[in-house]
Design a protein around this ligand. Structure first.
Ligand SMILES: NC(=O)c1ccc[n+]([C@@H]2O[C@H](COP(=O)([O-])OP(=O)(O)OC[C@H]3O[C@@H](n4cnc5c(N)ncnc54)[C@H](O)[C@@H]3O)[C@@H](O)[C@H]2O)c1
Length: 316
């Protein structure tokens, strides 16, 4: 297949480009580097299966030649980024998504939408199944992201119903791994960088809130399973292993040998108390389930962070 990966120079997008090329597909990576980095795809630059187009997808564009699928990962994704870029986040979710759907309509291509567990908001049911409609504050602090993704999903289904564009919608739960931005403000990055610097790990609230963390390799294999299926989704792809922030902090401190402990700060508003994917649909329809445990994933992530922030480190 020849696959356009929008947001391909980001954390998830760059791993997706790697996985597509590894299985023999051609990739056209489209990115404007607003939150991504050329470094993430530098190793692919000379690969004959890889093309790069520097472009903001909120501006209409075409990709000449065959296009079999368009995978939309373009969006600021960490709270730090979408708080700094609220209007850009809404634009890329709406106008950007529409431009990519048009590309699919013109090329008869499959549209793959990277949505998010944030569409469930602060969920009233636990774990979250795909038929749960969510509990989102439409004007809350993180509404620019949550509502952009909810709009993207609605637009994707509108193109499917109106124009017959084949679609795949994935709801991604917290994913971590090499190539995350060390300063992106997400909990895994925060904890690892603090631990590697010998600082105490910052927990917001009492640390009893839970999250589920999926290693990037598992997440991307779920994307490909969905892309290759006939399922429209939405379908949850994430790791249901649920950890409190306290448990995560203890594990990071253990793996890095950090003895500085934990510091508690006030919980920001609109922070969901718990999030855990129900992956029954992914397991039954796609035959997919995550394989990499949190400990192993962290062991594979910590050396990348040590390198990125210039700290000598040997895993304990
Ligand atoms: N990482 C996670 O845990 C997670 C969870 C849920 C959903 N997602 C979704 O997965 C996708 C990728 O997330 P990520 O963690 O890799 O984030 P990221 O910020 O590393 O990657 C996003 C990429 O999109 C690019 N981009 C943003 N706006 C663009 C525009 N207008 N035109 C062209 N390129 C643009 C950025 O430059 C960046 O390279 C996002 O859509 C995000 O919402 C990620």
């Amino acid at each position: 297949m020849r696959v356009v990966v929008a947001g391909g120079a980001g954390f998830l997008g760059s791993h997706l480009c790697d996985a597509l090329i590894a299985r023999g597909d051609q990739v056209v990576c489209v990115d404007n580097f607003v939150t991504g980095s050329a470094d993430n795809v530098a190793h692919l630059r000379d690969n004959s299966s890889f093309d790069f187009l520097e472009h903001d997808i909120t501006e209409q564009f075409d990709v000449p030649g065959q296009v079999d699928a368009v995978m939309n990962l373009a969006s600021p994704a960490s709270p730090k980024d979408y708080y700094a870029l609220p209007i850009e986040t809404l634009d890329v979710g709406s106008i950007g998504t529409r431009n990519l759907l048009e590309l699919c309509r013109i090329h008869d291509a499959i549209f793959f939408m990277a949505s998010t567990s944030e569409v469930y908001g602060d969920p009233a049911i636990h774990p979250q199944t795909e038929d749960y409609w969510g509990n989102v504050n439409p004007i809350g602090q993180r509404s620019m992201y949550d509502e952009a993704k909810r709009f993207s999903e609605a637009l994707t289904f509108a193109y499917h119903r109106t124009h017959g564009v084949p679609i795949r919608v994935v709801r991604i739960f917290n994913t971590y791994g090499p190539r995350m931005q060390p300063d992106d403000g997400r909990v895994v990055s925060n904890f690892i960088t603090q631990a590697l610097r010998g600082e105490s790990l910052t927990i917001y609230g009492d640390g009893a809130q839970t999250r589920s963390f999926c290693f990037v390799e598992d997440e991307v294999s779920g994307f490909l399973a969905l892309l290759d299926s006939d399922e429209t989704g939405p379908i949850n792809i994430g790791n249901p292993g649920e950890f409190t922030m306290l448990e995560l902090a203890d594990l990071v401190n253990e793996l890095t040998g950090n003895e500085a402990g934990i510091a508690f700060e006030a919980l920001p508003s609109d922070d969901p108390k718990q999030r855990q994917p129900d992956i029954a649909l992914a397991t039954s329809k796609l035959g997919w389930s995550p394989q990499i445990k949190l400990r192993e994933g962290l062991e594979r992530t910590i050396p990348f962070f040590a390198d990125a922030i210039g700290v000598e480190h040997a895993l304990r």
